[in-house]
Design a protein around this ligand. Structure first.
Ligand SMILES: Nc1ncnc2c1ncn2[C@@H]1O[C@H](COP(=O)(O)OP(=O)(O)OP(=O)(O)O)[C@@H](O)[C@H]1O
Ligand SMILES: [Mg+2]
Length: 260
C-alpha cells in the first residue's frame, strides 16, 4: 500500500505538465506534485505511475517517492484559474502524490552525459513498460546533483486501455530511435542480463499491490481489483525475458535531437 497523506494546501499549478499537475503540501508538511484522478487522461495514468514508479524503484532507479494523496476539493477554493478549479472539483478522494524534488534541472542531452550502462538500463526499463514518453523532445528525466531521476510514467503500459488485446503485447517491438538516452550508446544487452532476472512474480506483485483499489474497481472484464492486478503482472512477465531483442536504436547512435 502507498503511504496515505492528506493534501492540506494547493500551492500552484505546474504549468509545464500537459495534465496540469499541481504542487500541493501534505499534512506531513512535505511538498508533492499531485496528479489528479479527474484529469482528462483518467485514472489509468495514475495506475501506470504507481506500477512503473514502484517497479523502477525496486530495480534501483531513482524515482521520487509516491504516496496516495487524499484531496478535499475545498483545499483549492482560493485558486483563481477555472481550469484548475474544475480539476480539483472532479478529483475529490485518492490522487497520486510524487515527492517534489527541489533543485532539479530538466535533462538536457547536450549539457549532461550518461554512461552506456545507465542509458542501457533506462532504455531497457522503458521498453519493458513500453514508455512512449521519454523522447528527446520530452525526456521526463530530471537531474539533481548530477544524478538522473525518472518521472512521468503515465503513458506507459498502453495495453491497459484495451485488455482484450494485451496478450499481443508479449512480443511487440519498442522503437527507441527518439529516446532521450539513445545518443549515449545504451548497452541494453547488459541491462537485460542484469535486470530481467530480477523482475519476478514477487517483485511485480509488490508493485501492483500498491495500486489503490479505487483506481481498479469496475474495470470492464474483471471481477475484482486483484484480477486487474494479475493482468498487469502477466503482461509484464510475458515481455520481460526477450523485450531487449526487439528494441530499435538509431543507427550510429544519433537521433534528430543530437547535436542541435
Ligand atoms: N517530483 C518532481 N519534482 C520536481 N519537479 C517535478 C516533479 N515531477 C514533475 N516535475 C516537474 O513538472 C513537470 C511536469 O511533470 P510531469 O511530466 O510528470 O507531468 P505531465 O502532465 O504528465 O507531463 P507531460 O506534459 O509530459 O504529459 C516536469 O517536467 C518537471 O519539470
Ligand atoms: Mg512530462
Amino acid at each position: 500500500m502507498l503511504t496515505e497523506v492528506t493534501a492540506t494546501r494547493y500551492v500552484t499549478p505546474l504549468r509545464e505538465g500537459g495534465s496540469l499537475p499541481g504542487l500541493v503540501e501534505g499534512d506531513d508538511l512535505v511538498p508533492y506534485v499531485m496528479k489528479f484522478t479527474g484529469a482528462g487522461q483518467g485514472r489509468k495514468t495514475l495506475v501506470a505511475e504507481v506500477v512503473c514508479g514502484r517497479l523502477a524503484r525496486a530495480l534501483g532507479f531513482r524515482v521520487p517517492e509516491l504516496v496516495a494523496l487524499d484531496l478535499d476539493p475545498v483545499v483549492g477554493l482560493g485558486e483563481p484559474d477555472p481550469e484548475v478549479q474544475e480539476l480539483l472539483k472532479s478529483s475529490g478522494g485518492t490522487n497520486l502524490g510524487m515527492r517534489f524534488l527541489s533543485g532539479v534541472l530538466g535533462f538536457d542531452p547536450l549539457a549532461f552525459s550518461v554512461d552506456p550502462q545507465e542509458a542501457g538500463r533506462v532504455v531497457w526499463f522503458d521498453a519493458l513498460v513500453h514508455n512512449v514518453d521519454r523522447s528527446w523532445r520530452n525526456p521526463n528525466l530530471l537531474v539533481r546533483r548530477g544524478d538522473l531521476w525518472l518521472i512521468d510514467h503515465g503513458a506507459c503500459m498502453i495495453w491497459h486501455h484495451n485488455w482484450r488485446g494485451a496478450a499481443a503485447w508479449a512480443d511487440k517491438p519498442y522503437d527507441a530511435t527518439d529516446h532521450a538516452l539513445a545518443p549515449f550508446a545504451p548497452d541494453v544487452a547488459a541491462a537485460a542480463a542484469e535486470l530481467a532476472p530480477r523482475v519476478t512474480e514477487e517483485l511485480l506483485g509488490a508493485a501492483v499491490a500498491d495500486i489503490p483499489d479505487v483506481w481498479l474497481e469496475g474495470e470492464p472484464g474483471f471481477d475484482t481489483p486483484d484480477a486487474v492486478r494479475r493482468a498487469y503482472v502477466e503482461t509484464l512477465r510475458a515481455r520481460v525475458a526477450t523485450v531487449h531483442e526487439r528494441i530499435t536504436l538509431p543507427e550510429g547512435g544519433a537521433h534528430p535531437g543530437a547535436g542541435r
